[in-house]
Design a protein around this ligand. Structure first.
Ligand code: ATP
Ligand code: MG
Length: 374
């Protein structure tokens, strides 16, 4: 697919528009090929979903027999909804040349009583599965059995996997774990950004997923590689971004992929403009102005203590000890116990993020800049 703007802010559009991640793609591919399930855990907007699509695309290009399924379970509110999403992604997709296998597989599909309707674009029949809560477990078993019977190497990504911990059904996670144990040709990627929930699921001995998956994380794309990638497109417009300009842009947003992409996307729209530091600053100003209403309403929803603390973290940039006397006095914050409470709720709302070093930052980099300018 040819893109008008080579810096998409959403979605995956093929290797041409995907920067680097060579090592990460290799690590993920090798883990899956060697039979591991993988827990891919990293902060929001860094590029987890893109990496999954990129890896799947590579794996399919290298071996046309592998089957890859990507399911984003973020919108699901219950286990049965999740099963429905998975069934719709998988069932009916494993066509094999062998008649006997095909017959067996179609009986699985039929057992789930799909509704059939023509695809509005291609006209081909498409299935849609409705999962009733009473049969959700059985249906998920059938979906895995279907993949097992197909005999093909199947890779299933469940993105935003932390969603599972919000389902009211008890034991959804241990049930998933118990099924996948017995399906050797199916390997899963669990992916998500809510590190405390996922860490609890995959790293706590109490939990069914403990020790069951290889844990993987990804960080920022290397700045030099990103600049080269971006300049590949800018050169086609007859211009180039100097190193110090890219460094400014990259550091402004801590190298976080989505934010870098968003600024590059904007800059690309004005092909006559010089790619200078002023242009970067102006572009960021425009982005913040567009989000003004959102930021203002987010800010208005905070309690006074939360607002004070969030602004203080934004102005400081990175805070290692938010309850220290020094920090509290500098920003006229309330008592440490109140700061602690406010911090907890800012983290729960994903306004504040705790880095691996244990430091606190404003999670949304653009919101952070806006707060700093208040
Ligand atoms: N390697 C890459 N090269 C270029 N753009 C990328 C790359 N990885 C991700 N992106 C872009 O960055 C944005 C965020 O990526 P993605 O959606 O994969 O992040 P994520 O970690 O899954 O985020 P979330 O936690 O919010 O789901 C997308 O617009 C995507 O197109
Ligand atoms: Mg994602």
């Amino acid at each position: 697919m040819k893109l008008e703007n080579p810096f998409p802010e959403y979605g995956y559009f093929g290797a041409e528009y995907f920067c680097d991640r060579e090592q990460e793609t290799k690590t993920l591919t090798e883990a899956l090929r060697n039979g591991s399930n993988v827990m891919l855990m990293a902060p929001r907007r860094i590029g987890k979903t893109g990496l999954i699509h990129h890896t799947f695309e590579r794996m399919k290009a290298e071996d046309k027999h592998v089957q890859c399924f990507y399911v984003d379970i973020f919108p699901t509110k219950s286990f049965s909804q999740m099963v429905k999403f998975v069934a719709n992604a998988v069932m009916g997709r494993l066509d094999t040349p062998s008649q006997s296998v095909r017959r067996k597989l179609s009986s699985f599909v039929a057992a789930l009583r799909p509704t059939m309707s023509p695809d509005p674009i291609s006209g081909l029949p498409t299935f849609s599965f409705n999962v009733v809560p009473e049969n959700a477990r059985e249906t998920l078993e059938q979906v895995f059995q279907y993949m097992k019977e197909s005999g093909q190497q199947c890779y299933l990504a469940l993105d935003e996997f932390q969603q599972v911990s919000t389902y009211s059904e008890i034991g959804a996670d241990s049930f998933i774990r118990s099924i996948i144990q017995f399906v050797p040709n199916v390997h899963l990627i669990f992916s998500g950004s809510q590190q405390h929930l996922l860490a609890d699921m995959f790293m706590s001995p109490k939990h069914p997923f403990f020790n069951s998956s290889q844990i993987m994380t990804i960080g920022e794309i290397d700045a030099d590689k990103y600049r080269e990638f971006a300049n590949g497109f800018f050169r086609k417009q007859g211009r180039e971004m100097p190193e110090e300009v890219f460094t400014l842009l990259y550091n402004m947003v801590d190298g976080q992929t989505w934010y870098v992409q968003k600024i590059l996307n904007r800059l690309y729209r004005s092909p006559k403009e010089e790619l200078s530091q002023e242009a970067v600053n102006r572009t960021v100003g425009i982005i913040l102005a567009e989000q003004e209403i959102n930021y203002q309403s987010n800010y208005n929803l905070l309690t006074e203590n939360q607002a004070l603390l969030l602004s203080a973290i934004a102005r400081e940039g990175v805070v290692s000890a938010p309850t220290s006397l020094d920090f509290i006095l500098r920003y006229r914050l309330p008592a440490p116990s109140s700061v602690k409470l406010a911090l907890k709720s800012l983290q729960d709302k994903e306004f504040v993020f705790q880095t691996q070093k244990g430091e606190y930052i404003v999670y949304d980099r653009f919101f952070g800049m806006w707060l700093k300018r208040l």
